[in-house]
Write a new protein. Sequence first.
Length: 281
Amino acid sequence: MSEVLLDAVWDAAKTLPFLLGAYLLLEFFEHRWAGRQPALLTKLGPVGGALLGCVPQCGFSVAAANFYAARLITPGTLLAVFLATSDEALLILLSRPQALQETARLLGVKLAAAVALGLLADWALRRFYKAPVKPALHELCEHQHCGCGAHGILRPALQHTGHIFLFLLAVNAALGCLLHLAGEEAISRFLLTGSAFQPLLAALLGFIPNCAASVLLTELYLAGSLSFGSAVAGLCTGAGLGLAVLFRVNRPQRENFFLTGALYAGAVATGVLCNWLFPGG
């Protein structure tokens, strides 16, 4: 159990540079471009979001959740980052020279799926939902009572970072303990090896905002208990701590559930398609 708690501290600590960097940028944008979206983030788009999400850690998903809460990136860009994020999975695969082909295939599939889902989401919103998207950092600040605007840039950024770090630490510790108590065998049975429903179940497991979930999915795939498509489905929803931060900082909550549903649908569809294209993979 002590190892589980140490892992929780380490997982939360790894997000600190990204959290602080994201909040420093948000504070700078609020002071420099109040009421307008910075051109750089506006042009990032789902393609740029997918490329950043491919970096093997969940820091960019955490930063993207904060940027979206401040309405500095589009829903499609956020979904692209989340879908492309693989947390610890790529590091495990890269440590196995014999799995190099699987690593390249996984990266290619996740990147293509992230770009496709992100572009589709942004197109659908432009086509069917005309509400303007305005920067909303002040709403985020009011929710956390940080006093932005009265204390410059550094102090509010540190306050935001501290609040979210403590939240992530609590979430990680609780989920790590649950996974430890459940055990790998029980989770493996839950995933129904060989079943057509495996991608749906793996995608649900991927939602656990803890690197232990992505590690477990990767190990089960390498051991042959998980098909390639099911591993893809689980790792596509495995946005690490990004989803936890999204539910913590973004309002309204129904929007977060909608984005989560879109992420799940995209992950399952990608997994089912992969199982069809790579039946022996």
